[in-house]
Design a protein around this ligand. Sequence first.
Ligand SMILES: *Cc1c(COP(=O)(O)O)cnc(C)c1O
Length: 395
Amino acid sequence: MFVYADNAATTAVSKTALDAMMPYLTDYYGNPSSLYAFAQKAKEALEEARATVASIIGAEPREIYFTSGGSEADNQAIVSMAKFGALKGKKHLISTKFEHHAVLHTLKALEKQGFEVTLLDVHEDGIVRLEDLEAAIREDTALVTIMFANNEIGTIQPIKEIGELCRSKGIPFHTDAVQAMGHIPVNVKEMNIDLLSMSGHKFHAPKGVGVLYAKRGLPLFNIIEGGAQERGKRAGTENIPGIVALAAALKESVEHMEENTAKIIPMRDKLFAELSKIPHSKINGSLEHHVPGTVNMCFEGIEGESLLLLLDSKGICASSGSACTSGSLDPSHVLLSIGLPHEVAHGSLRLSIGEYNTMEEIDHIIESVPPVVEYLRSISPVWEELENGTRKHLI
Ligand SMILES: *Cc1c(COP(=O)(O)O)cnc(C)c1O
């Protein structure tokens, strides 16, 4: 049986998205910047997609900029606010320790250019505390960037309250909402969000297309220079098929959010309930404030990478953390940020399921994981030490 359980890494393109984009690959391939009537089809599709995305998140069409994905949107939002702040002598940026690398590495680059960065601790439940944010805010804070939902452990942050606090202090607030869009309600007006990033391939659109929302009046600086596309803020001929697909996929996800959630939650709960029966295992992050589909657990005494390889041989696609960290031997920065010791963080498993999964697939995972964990423990020197008492159990 083949089970795709890595929807936080990427998702399958939906039929709706594929059908919507197809005419713009085959028939209406004009460049939206061209003046003849033929190209206007593409231009119209672009503006319709912009209006669709805007209305879904409670924004105005002119506040929507299409990008190449979530990473580019994060980069542009953060760099823009840093530059804007610097013009007024504000060179302090606030974020958290468990952001996606698109945020953390952008902040690191800015640090090298003379900005000061405060990364807030994330508590054991995987949620940032407002009082920690309030204590970190300074006169010269130029930006607060805190992700909506975490990509590894699925925890949801108190975005509305964070936005309210930032607004009361006059500080722009950006959120990487890549893992939230299409899965939980997001409204930039109600939630006091000034800038927001999303990525199409996390909600059944193709890879390589995303959105940056920036509240009217906030200055954006270009990451990509060239033509005057996207109101002069993002050069490059627009990815019309991708943009059309993104809007169609987002609309579909939002329209079916309740029924998708109702389908996913019982599958996720069964996974948690059954896999928690494995001795010396632990669920990572709060289950109370959590996106529907992400399950993150640690199993003591084993390596997450070996677990993944053996699960792969049983047809199961899973992850031990973010795709960007896989391949390196460091444990996930997210799991370390919520206070897991290195040894425990190494034995992590992320299963991210979606509405395309079935209960039969969940049962296959539930049948496959325990014997694999047991086998890996049987050959693990660390496990032997844990069992004979020379090493102390941490979970
Ligand atoms: C996937 C992801 C990104 C990157 O999006 P791309 O479109 O792949 O560049 C950024 N942030 C989070 C939280 C993600 O999960």
